[in-house]
Design a protein around this ligand. Structure first.
Ligand code: OGA
Ligand code: MN
Length: 218
């Protein structure tokens, strides 16, 4: 894609903030991440999807799947770019990918993301998104799509230091807030939510084939 074809939705100020936070701490929480009309369109699309369109995360069959359900109970729907609003979101993330590469030389190669739905009672226990050297996911992103979120709805994302000794961030999943963090560095968990909780989880990936290791499959 040539440069002029990449949308310029994020401001230089946002991009600079992101690059310096990633360099200094490896994570950043951004409020008012996207233009409101885009976040609103994403919210409309997620509400238009039927329950059947959301699938449990697949990490295998039978025993493995049961194990998976003890770790996470949310369901998901991959963005493919089949609608205009998905193309717009993927376009913004493409702008972010190019900007981060230019500033930080991270060699980000592509981006994948899915809508997530946590129904009341759902959670995602402590995990990392990538094991060091065993995944091509390097930078995690979560955009939240919940207007009028209240503290009593719980469902916080809690981000911990690499050795899990410190709670670094406790994030309420508020509309148009976005968190970015290095995928192999920060263990994190989603506390049980009391209310339907919507987000888009995504990963920038490097182009690396890791011998003998499959990436977390779709
Ligand atoms: C994930 C994840 C966090 C969130 O999907 O891997 O950690 O707040 N999501 O939805
Ligand atoms: Mn995660």
């Amino acid at each position: 894609m040539n440069e002029s074809a990449i949308s310029q939705t994020l401001s230089d100020q946002q991009l600079t903030q992101i690059a310096s936070a990633l360099t200094e701490s490896g994570y950043v929480l951004l409020s008012d991440f996207l233009p409101l009309h885009l976040t609103q369109s994403l919210l409309i699309e997620i509400h238009s999807l039927s329950d059947q369109a959301f699938k449990p995360a697949a990490i295998g069959r039978d025993n493995l799947q049961q194990l998976n359900e003890k770790i996470r109970s949310n369901t998901l729907h991959w963005l493919t770019g089949r609608t205009l609003v998905q193309q717009q979101y993927l376009g913004v993330m493409e702008q972010l990918r190019v900007a981060i590469n230019r500033r930080l030389f991270m060699g980000l190669f592509d981006f994948e993301c899915h809508y997530s739905h946590y129904a009341p009672g759902d959670f995602y226990k402590m995990h990392v998104d990538a094991f060091k050297g065993a995944s091509n996911r390097v930078l995690s992103t979560v955009l939240y799509l919940n207007p009028q979120w209240q503290a009593e709805h719980a469902g916080e994302l809690q981000l911990y230091s690499e050795d899990q000794s410190q709670l670094l961030l406790k994030i309420e999943p508020k509309f148009n807030d976005c968190v970015l963090f290095l995928s192999d560095t920060f263990p994190h968990e989603v506390k049980v939510t009391q209310r339907d909780r919507y987000s888009i989880a995504g990963w920038f990936r490097i182009n690396a084939t890791v011998a003998g290791q499959l990436d977390p499959p779709r």
